[in-house]
Structure formats: C-alpha cells, structure tokens
Design a protein around this ligand. Structure first.
Ligand code: SAM
Length: 467
C-alpha cells in the first residue's frame, strides 16, 4: 500500500485541474511535455508533507535566537529524549523572514507494518504526517481487543468509507507509521460522541517531525511558511486599524497584531460562530490584546449609516488602513492531502463568494490603503483570474510588488502581463520537486533556502493599493 501515490481526486476534478495546468498560455510557453510533467509532479507532491515544519515565533515577546535555544531544549527533552545529541535537533532561522524557524522533516522513512491496524480519518492522517499524535476523535477503527499499551500500525482512510467503531477495514488506506495505544478500544468508542484526549502516541512515523502540542505555546506557533509571508506582505504598522475579513482560527490575525507590536486595532471577522473562540484563544495564548473578534458575514460588512455605527461590524466605507482577504477557497494546495472527495461543483463555488468578499474589501479600505488577497489553492479561477477580474472591476486598485517575495511568480492562463505576473506570489511546490516527477524532492531536506521556500503548501498572494 504505497503512500507515494498521487493525490486521489474525482475524475471531473482531475480533468479540471489538468486543463488549468495545461492551459493554452502555458502550452505556448513551455510545451505539452513540460506542462504535463509539472501537473503530474503537483499531484504527487500534494500527497506528501512539505519538506520543513515552519514555526512562527513571537518576536514581540522575545528575540528569535532566545526562542530558538528554548525550542531546542524543549524538543530535546520532550520529543527526542534528554540524551539526544544537540546536532540531531536542527532548527534553522529563515534566511530572510525574521520571525520564522524551520525544522527539516525527515522522511519518508522505512517503517515495518504490524498486524494490529488502527484506521484514522483523512484529516487526522494528514496531521500525523506532519508530526501530530492521534487524538481519539480521529480514530475510526481499532482491533477488537485493543488495550492501552498495545503497539499498532496507523492507517489513513483514503475515501472516507470506514465507519466509526469498525473492528477492521479493508478499503483504500495508506500506512502512516506505528504507535502505542493510550486508551482501550472500549474507552474510545464508549459513547455515540467521540471522547477527547490522546488515542495513539506515534513512536515511528513515516515522516519524523516533532509534535508541538504544548511546546512553548506563547512563543512558538505552527504556521505554514506562505501564511507567514502574507502578514509581512500586508506590512501592518503600529497604531493602524486593520481588517482581517476571514480570520478563523486566527493565525494571520495574531501575526498581524504581533507585527504591530500589539499597538493599534486588528478587527477579525469570521462567519462561523464556534470558530471565533479559536481566534480569542490564540490571541490570549500569544499575549495579544489589540484583536477584536466578531462573528459576521463579511460580504455584509459595509454599513452606510454613521448614526448606527457601533464598535463592531458593519463598518463605514474607508474605515481601515489595510485589509486582509484570506479567502475561503477550495484548499487544493493543502499538503499532505492523499484524497479529496470534493466535487467540481464545490470547487467552482468559491469564485463568486470570493468576488462578493472582494467588493466589501475594496469599499472598506481607505484611499492609499493596502489590500492583500490570498488563498491556499492552486486553481487559476480563485487566483490569477480573480486578480484580472479585480483590476478590471476596480480601476482604483493597483497591483503592487511584494516584500518578501520568496515564492514563484503568478501562473500563465488568465491573460495577465509578465509584469503583473511578477507582482504575484504563487507557492508552487511542484516546481521544487525532482524533474522525473516520481521520486519526491530532488535531495533530502537540507537548509537550502530554495527548498524551504518552495516545497511548501500550494498558496497564492496578491497585493493591491487603492488610489
Ligand atoms: N485567515 C485564517 C488564518 O490564517 O487562520 C484562515 C481563514 S480560512 C482560509 C477562511 C475562513 O473564512 C474560514 O474560517 C471561514 O469560516 C471563513 N468564512 C467563509 N465565508 C465567510 C464570510 N462570508 N464572512 C466571513 N468569514 C467567512
């Protein structure tokens, strides 16, 4: 059962994506063979984790080097054991992003499968491949007599077909590594509702990367590298008023507040009420006080009556110095993702919603302000096509170069000029993978900046100013 299969997609989605990566502009520029190869590499690398674990550190609370040393001590103690050789814990400062530490992910390693199998859901499986242990709610099937202390092999259910409480599962699954049960089967499935807590402690994962559960919670925050880049590209300054339109769970909101030295106001909106608590918890954990979070549909966030203005939404036009629209999207850049059960209709549903949000974003931004639009997907429709549409629809917007710009430029296919494409930042993991398209990254993870910068999740960033 190879883990190194390509991501499994519905045929209609596969064909749609193939058309994106083999569009006319790309074929004219690079030819069919290279375009096909890039597409195959994309499908392959999406099912693998990125080459580095990225940690954003709270430089508003302590200097980077101090946090790096503390993290090293914690990881030596808690994860690898006190006798761990200092050199075995590699934590590298990012060469140009001042609040990022990178930990190389080691793998895939050769791990022998055992006869006792535990099956977990796909989301839990992806977290395990990035260093997490298995928490009880993610467990779908265990051996009939599994007891705490048993050593088991952990698999991820590829097609979402394993029923909760099953004793074995013969469907499509991939091996993730071995672990030790922390609960009996009877405890895990004791009621209709999943119990909380650690279910399986992973001891031999296919990909070795530390679990950050409870490690320096106020100083070290796990965040994908492109997401950290977003905060820097937005460039918030102390004292400004910033709007984060789609904010939960608040990773970028907190980064923005930290970059402002907690001085000013960051308004965080999200439509889903129970996700708001995560924003508040993260802000509290990171010791940030300038964040105000509201449950609100951001497409409705523009108010018109000054008399009805309260502290929260809706807001009058031109209320914010900078606006971040980290849009809800099809998420096809997320890694590792071994299987997506999404239909084409679902994937295509995001473009109109993103445009409604964009209308509100432009209205709420002050003249001279900065708007950053980002997604964690790889389609043209949600990325470069949105930029072309925005420039056409809002003559007041100007596309801006980004700093830092560590990803690739925008992708061909939406009719943007070479200069416009250079302003865009697309994180395209397939570009860092071996040209043969089958063996994974060309070299084992090394501190090469280009591997760290490119072997990330798929992501897109555009920056505009309003004239
Ligand atoms: N920016 C977040 C971070 O860095 O942690 C991630 C945001 S996630 C990509 C998109 C979010 O948009 C989801 O939490 C979703 O609930 C929210 N959302 C979707 N539609 C929305 C709307 N109309 N108004 C506000 N939030 C919305």
């Amino acid at each position: 059962m190879p883990i190194f299969a390509q991501i499994s997609l519905k045929p209609e989605v596969h064909n749609y994506l193939k058309d994106v990566f083999l569009n006319k502009e790309i074929l004219a520029a690079s030819g069919l063979k290279e375009a096909e190869c890039r597409f195959q590499r994309l499908l392959m690398c999406l099912s693998h984790p990125p080459a580095y674990t990225c940690v954003r550190v709270s430089t508003h609370l302590a200097p980077l080097e101090e946090i790096r040393q503390k993290l090293k001590e914690e990881l030596k103690k808690q994860i690898y054991g006190p006798s761990t050789d200092e050199a075995a814990v590699k934590i590298l400062p990012h060469p140009c992003i001042p609040d990022v530490l990178l930990l190389p992910v080691i793998g895939p390693r050769s791990v022998s499968q055992l006869s006792s199998e535990v099956v977990v859901g796909a989301q839990c499986g992806s977290a395990v491949l990035r260093g997490a242990h298995v928490f009880a709610p993610g467990i779908l099937a265990t051996p009939k007599f599994m007891k705490s202390g048993d050593v088991v092999s952990v698999f991820s259910d590829l097609e979402g077909k394993c029923t909760r409480g099953a004793k074995f599962f013969q469907g499509q699954r991939v091996f993730l590594g071995n672990g030790v049960a922390e609960m009996d089967r009877s405890t895990i499935f004791c009621s209709d509702k999943p119990v909380s807590g650690l279910g399986i402690r992973m001891v031999e994962s296919l990909y070795q990367s530390p679990s950050f559960d409870g490690v320096l919670p106020s100083l070290a925050f796990l965040q994908n590298l492109p997401s950290v880049v977003v905060g820097h590209v937005l460039g918030p300054r102390p004292g400004e008023r910033i709007l984060d339109m789609c904010a939960a769970p608040g990773g970028k909101t907190c980064h923005i507040a930290a970059l402002m030295g907690d001085q000013g106001e960051v308004v965080a909106l999200d439509r889903v009420r129970n996700k708001l608590e995560r924003i508040r918890q993260n802000a509290q954990m990171l010791n940030l006080h300038c964040i105000k979070a509201y449950c609100f549909n951001s497409t409705q966030a523009v108010g018109s009556d000054p008399a009805q203005q309260t502290e929260g939404p809706p807001f009058l036009p031109e209320s914010f110095d900078r606006v971040l629209l980290d849009a809800p999207c099809s998420g096809l850049g997320q890694r590792p993702n071994m299987a997506s059960t999404w239909s084409l209709k679902e994937i295509r549903s995001y473009q109109p919603l993103q445009r409604k949000l964009f209308h509100a974003a432009v209205k709420l931004l002050k003249k001279g302000g900065v708007l950053v639009y980002s997604t964690c997907t790889v389609t043209l429709a949600e990325n470069e096509e949105q930029v072309a549409w925005a420039l056409h629809t809002f003559p007041c917007l100007t596309l801006q170069p980004q700093e830092p710009h560590i990803g690739a430029e925008g992708m061909l296919g939406a009719g943007l000029s070479p200069e416009q494409l250079r302003c865009l930042q697309r994180f395209s993991p397939e570009l860092s993978w071996d040209q043969t398209g089958s063996e994974g990254p060309a070299e084992p993870p090394t501190p090469l900046p280009c591997t760290a910068n490119w072997d990330t999740i798929g992501f897109f960033i555009a920056k505009f100013t309003k004239n």
